[in-house]
Design a protein. Structure first.
Length: 354
């Protein structure tokens, strides 16, 4: 099926009210355009200037996050997952994540979270748990506009470490003596928590849907395709590569099949309830949001793809909303309960086709 252009993403604008409650102050559709201006199904996102609202709340720090190029505004919600050890000269880009709450809950792919262990640079397994090295920095990079002298501002980046992480599955022992145990995923959706924004600002979450894709539906994804390592000064931690630019890529296709019972039937190798779609999804886009309803809501995350091919798999978001976010002294919590009963600033969009 053909893709309807131009592509667009429905973005909610969140703020904290005077009573401390998170609230949507505005919504806007951001058009996704390529640098070439052509209607391509895979392209580098161009930065048209946009103003998210005509009614800014007057807080100076918030205003700086409401106005900017399209790619900058999308980078407030779709962010690179990064990792590096203290003293190293480069930051690794591992994948992509989506912010889904004002307080800092994010979703990504489960295999992205296991990268420090599986790649052997920052984590070890202790029984059923993965333990990170104390000198490992593991989290997200979010751009912001920083003062650059006088009335001028320049794009800078904040690092937000993962404070908590949830992935679902179990360790399976290999029948081969020379192979380590492997993690068998229940789903490739994972949830993380990062610190809140400074100065009482809101992280800017994307809209979520509990409904699955249907075959033939358009599916868009945005992420940091083939993002290279970022050169840094090991003493200051600052970016030393003056040519570095955070590039956001857009890919679009149609849903081919859905596998809602894949956790039982195991029809495909992608773990848990999933779907496939005919879009080009290069490396480093694992964990990226997959939008449905013509860009209005997230229905899943990128799980895996095939190099050079227009074919990728994603994990369904809806079933993962029910999985437990347990902590030692806190039970019975899930994304669904946070959405329905918490004050986290999370968006669930209802309506026909959403």
């Amino acid at each position: 099926m053909s893709i309807e252009f131009p592509l667009a993403i429905l973005k909610s604008l969140w703020t904290r009210r005077t009573d401390g409650v998170w609230a949507i102050s505005d919504m806007k559709g951001l058009t996704l355009r390529s640098e070439s201006g052509h209607d391509d199904r895979y392209f580098l996102l161009r930065g048209d200037l946009e103003l998210m609202t005509n009614r800014p709340n007057g807080k100076f720090a918030d205003v700086l996050s409401l106005f900017g190029a399209t790619d900058y505004l999308m980078q407030q919600s779709i962010v690179p997952v990064v990792a590096w050890l203290e003293g190293e000269t480069a930051i690794r880009c591992i994948g992509t994540a989506s912010i889904i709450s004002c307080t800092g809950y994010v979703i990504t792919a489960g295999h992205v979270l296991l990268d420090p262990l599986e790649s052997g640079y920052g984590a070890t397994r202790n029984g059923g748990k993965v333990e990170h090295r104390e000198d490992l920095n593991f989290g997200l990079m979010i751009p912001y506009m920083a003062p650059a002298g006088g009335i001028y501002f320049a794009k800078a980046f904040r690092f937000f470490p993962f404070e908590k992480m949830w992935a679902w599955g179990e360790w399976k022992q290999s029948p081969l003596l020379h192979e380590d145990d492997r993690w068998e995923y229940l789903t490739d959706v994972a949830v993380c928590k990062i610190p809140e924004m400074p100065n009482g600002q809101a992280h800017q979450p994307l809209n979520m849907s509990l409904n699955p894709f249907v075959p033939g539906e358009e599916a868009y994804s945005l992420g940091y395709a083939e993002m290279p390592d970022i050169q840094i000064n090991p003493e200051t931690g600052g970016i030393s590569d003056s040519a570095f630019r955070l590039n956001t890529y857009v890919t679009a296709g149609n849903i081919l099949n859905t596998f809602p019972q894949n956790h039982v039937a195991r029809e495909v190798s992608t773990p848990g309830p999933c779907f496939d779609f005919n879009a080009r999804v290069p490396g480093k886009m694992s964990g990226a949001p997959v939008f449905g309803a013509q860009g209005a809501v997230i229905r899943g995350v990128v799980s895996r793809s095939f190099s050079g091919e227009e074919h990728a798999f994603g994990s369904m978001l809806g079933p993962a909303m029910e999985l437990p976010l347990h902590e030692p002294e806190l039970r019975g919590r899930s994304l669904r309960t946070l959405l329905e009963h918490g004050n986290e600033g999370m968006t669930l969009v209802h309506g026909v086709g959403l």
